[in-house]
Ligand binder design. Structure first.
Ligand code: HMG
Ligand code: MG
Length: 313
């Protein structure tokens, strides 16, 4: 470790020079909190994340407020942060969600599909085919309005109800989303069961299906401590967009076994050690997660946040 508390930079062969970290703490993290976080605190969280140098900070969801009451304040929150000079994506499941996002001037929307029928039903009240049909007009209208469209695919590596997920099944959903105009995919290991070889197999299959690596992002959960290993494999396959959640906040309200997302600080620590540029100030980011942990009344689960802030275990 260097005197300023950062890892020593030792670059490795075959990795990208720069990674775009896509921050999901304010959405994927806070949607899973038992209590509702005050809107002002959420806005401050988003502002601090942007201030720490994160280029994309997912702000909230325009979903049905009964389904995710934690984010029911999207209309109040978004205008409080929309002046920030960073990408502020918002989740939209359908045209009603897109209308709400457009009315507030959102520039990037994220659809969220599932590789499995069980999670499509639990999360969207639809079959996989019905949910893709619901997304199609959303993607078309969003593109026509000049918006950037991201498309999550959840349960790519395993599903709590169905068990293992066949690689071609996940690839089919990815191709359908790109076919309707999505600019970027985010491959979700929603319950954190992926291991390194599985990640390589999915990325190889996508490449063989003609999907450009530049259109692929990865979204790992750290349930079994594999998120960083999986990320490194993705980087070795040329992926340069990695989702992470400040302080390791999050899970998913409609997937019981989903635990925390990969912590952004843990990711930044690894990338800095590898000499990969992110634009993120690790000190400011850690201070943000310590502040957020105080708001939530419990310590951050991120190992890096704990190590750098000397939080009690
Ligand atoms: P539904 O009940 O089938 O809705 O839910 P519907 O289409 O039948 O409409 C019923 C009523 O809801 C209508 O009102 C609509 O207008 C209203 P009524 O006519 O009865 O008065 N409605 C809405 N209101 C506000 N905003 C909307 C909206 N849509 C309909 N957007 C629906 C279908 C998709 C709406 C619902 O299932 C839903 O909101 N689901 C969202 C669940 C969610 O956000 N889950 C968490 C995010 S995904 C995730 O966490 C995974 C991810 O993080 C990656 C990973 O970790 O793997 C992305
Ligand atoms: Mg997640």
């Amino acid at each position: 470790m260097t005197a300023d508390g950062l890892p020593v930079r030792v670059p490795a062969e075959g990795l990208p020079a720069r990674v775009r970290i896509y921050e999901v703490g304010a959405r994927d993290g806070l949607q899973n909190e038992k209590g509702t976080v005050p809107t002002e605190v959420k806005a401050e969280f988003v502002r601090r994340l942007a201030g720490a140098g994160l280029p994309a900070v997912e702000a909230t969801s325009f979903v049905h407020p009964k389904w995710v009451p934690q984010l029911a304040d999207a209309e109040q929150l978004f205008p409080m942060v929309s002046d920030l000079p960073v990408e502020l994506p918002v989740l939209v499941p359908n045209e009603r969600g897109l209308d709400r996002a457009l009315a507030l001037g959102a520039r990037t929307v994220a659809l969220f599909a599932s590789a499995t029928e069980s999670f499509a039903r639990a999360n969207l009240n639809r079959t996989v085919a019905e949910s893709l049909a619901m997304f199609e007009p959303v993607a078309a209208r969003a593109k026509a309005e000049g918006l950037r469209v991201r498309a999550y695919v959840s349960m790519v590596f395993g599903d709590p109800w169905e068990g293992p997920v066949a690689v071609p099944q996940a690839v089919d959903v990815c191709r359908a989303l790109l076919g309707m105009g999505a600019d970027e995919l985010s491959l979700g290991d929603t319950i954190g069961v992926a291991t390194a070889g599985h990640v390589a197999a999915v990325l190889t299959a996508l490449k063989e299906a003609g999907v450009a690596t530049g259109a692929i992002g990865v979204h790992f959960h750290d349930t079994y401590g594999q998120a960083l290993a999986n990320t490194l494999v993705a980087l070795q396959h040329g992926v340069t967009t990695v989702d992470a959640s400040a302080g390791g906040l999050g899970g998913c309200p409609y997937a019981k076994s989903a635990t925390g997302n990969l912590a952004t600080e843990d990711l930044v620590w690894m990338l800095q050690g590898l000499g990969i540029e992110t634009g993120v100030d690790l000190g400011r980011l850690t201070a943000t997660s310590v502040w957020m942990a105080e708001q939530l009344g419990r310590p951050s689960p991120s190992r890096t946040v704990r190590a750098l802030s000397h939080q009690e275990q």
